[in-house]
Design a protein around this ligand. Structure first.
Ligand code: TRP
Length: 458
């Protein structure tokens, strides 16, 4: 398996790969989901549980995907076969593809919401809307508006992927990811200067250990997987673009640190602002799409602060959709290579767009309340989210850990995790092996048993 420079796409710099991987990791999960889960599940106590999950499971699984990708130089479709030299793990590729499509279906819809809110912010629509709750309900009930903005997100993402990875994804990530980090830091500083911001900080950081139940630990774990983009093979794809000399351990550590930093910063932006203006911290979509615009209206620079925040949210979302769509495009080109009708990158992008228009369209229809697409209390958004986050992603993370831990030769892992420091490298490889062989599989099985137990006992 030699790197054939002419056909094998690759990033040209280490920074580019880190920025793209951070761009993938930092997304709606950090800014929209993390703060409210933390806020309602014990604040600082949740943060501690989350950090432990990130270090024990997130980091090793990130390294697992990077190892698979970098070593095979293949997309999710070909990676397992290239490394095991048989077809026994092929099912895992299809499982990843299925989960990727499910996640994209609703992720593009929510990215569309962000774009729509950015447009509103630019046109100063929040100042004239007297009921922001109704404003959001209007958006999430309107098929034309939601599909227009979701389509916009799909087309923009496809446009970036139209270029080769080092020209499209790498270049854009090198601009957008640092910009995002900078904007978040600026907003956090501004918010912390508001009067009473300490009440929000206390709400977010005060540790209430009585709230830490097994259920909360599970949600920390699920959040950690989703936030780090683990379990779909997206990072296998990015790993296959990793420059040969790049250090997997250091890269993974940087991605994990930056992703967690952004999640915490999001909480630091949101909660002090919420309390400073006397709002209640709402749950779910309401927090970002109803409470925050109302707060911005009361700040001294309403237009600027809402434009800044929604720009930031859109950037976070788009760099994530790019990674998801890239995984599928690489899958399609890889799966058809050497066949009668091989797909080039452009046709793979077009096919992906077509599939996404259908699947996001169904998801949007279902959210607007179309009867034949709702199942009991659940619409397709809930169903795709639950199936992928609670079932498919843990299952594929489990399989990937077993794959790397038990089927790759130890020497291969040592080689991939080599840091240039002999003693350190062998310690890292040893600890890594124990974690992916035993700890990760046992923890994920425990999650499944707990879920099944709750399903049966109620
Ligand atoms: N990590 C992103 C977020 O926090 C979402 C995401 C992008 C993702 N790519 C992924 C989640 C791959 C799982 C797998 O919003």
């Amino acid at each position: 398996m030699h790197k054939d420079e002419s056909t094998n796409p690759s990033f040209t710099s280490k920074v580019g790969l880190i920025m793209a991987a951070v761009g993938s990791a930092v997304g709606l999960g950090n800014i929209w989901k993390f703060p409210y889960i933390a806020g309602e599940s014990g604040g600082g106590a949740f943060l501690i549980v989350y950090l432990v999950c990130v270090l024990l499971f997130g980091l090793p699984l990130l390294m697992t995907e990077f190892i698979i990708g970098k070593r095979s130089e293949k997309s999710v479709y070909g990676a397992f076969r290239a490394l095991s030299r048989n077809n026994r793990w092929q099912w895992l590729s299809w499982l990843c593809l299925l989960a990727t499509i499910m996640i994209m279906s609703f992720y593009f819809m929510v990215t569309g919401w962000c774009l729509s809110y950015l447009a509103d912010a630019l046109m100063n629509a929040f100042s004239t809307a007297n009921d922001l709750e109704a404003h959001f309900a209007h958006l999430s009930g309107s098929f034309p508006r939601m599909s227009f903005f979701a389509l916009l997100a799909i087309i923009f993402t496809a446009f970036v992927l139209w270029f080769d990875v080092n020209k499209g994804i790498e270049r854009l990530s090198k601009i957008l990811t640092p910009l995002l980090l900078l904007m978040m830091i600026i907003m956090a500083v501004v918010v912390l200067m508001l009067p009473n911001s300490n009440i929000g900080m206390r709400f977010f950081f005060d540790a209430d250990f009585s709230k830490i139940t097994p259920q909360v630990i599970l949600s920390a774990m699920g959040q950690c997987f989703f936030s780090l983009s683990i379990g779909l093979g997206v990072l296998i794809t990015y790993g296959s673009y990793m420059p040969k000399k790049q250090d997997i351990t250091a890269t993974s550590l940087q991605v994990v640190l930056l992703d967690t930093l952004v999640a915490v910063l999001a909480g630091v932006i949101i909660f002090p602002a919420v309390f400073a203006f006397g709002f209640d911290p709402a749950e779910g979509p309401e927090l970002v799409f109803v409470v925050l615009p109302a707060i911005f209206e009361q700040m001294s620079l309403p237009w600027l602060s809402s434009v800044l925040f929604f720009t930031l949210l859109c950037i976070a979302a788009i760099t994530s959709t790019i990674s998801l769509m890239e995984a599928m495009v690489a899958f399609l080109t890889d799966a058809t290579a050497g066949r009668k009708h091989p797909l080039n990158r452009h046709s793979a992008v077009l096919i992906t767009v077509l599939i996404l228009i259908i699947s996001s369209g169904l998801c949007i229809l279902s959210v607007t309340g179309v009867k034949w697409l709702t199942f009991g209390n659940w619409n397709l958004f809930d169903i795709f989210d639950k199936i992928s986050s609670c079932l498919l992603m843990p299952l594929s993370a489990l399989a990937m850990a077993l794959f790397v831990g038990w089927t790759l030769p130890k020497s291969a892992i040592q080689q991939e995790l080599h840091t240039g420091h002999k003693r350190l490298s062998s310690t890292i490889a040893f600890v890594f092996m124990q974690i992916v062989r035993y700890l990760v599989p046992l923890a994920i099985l425990a999650i499944f048993f707990n879920e099944v137990y709750h399903l049966i006992v109620g």
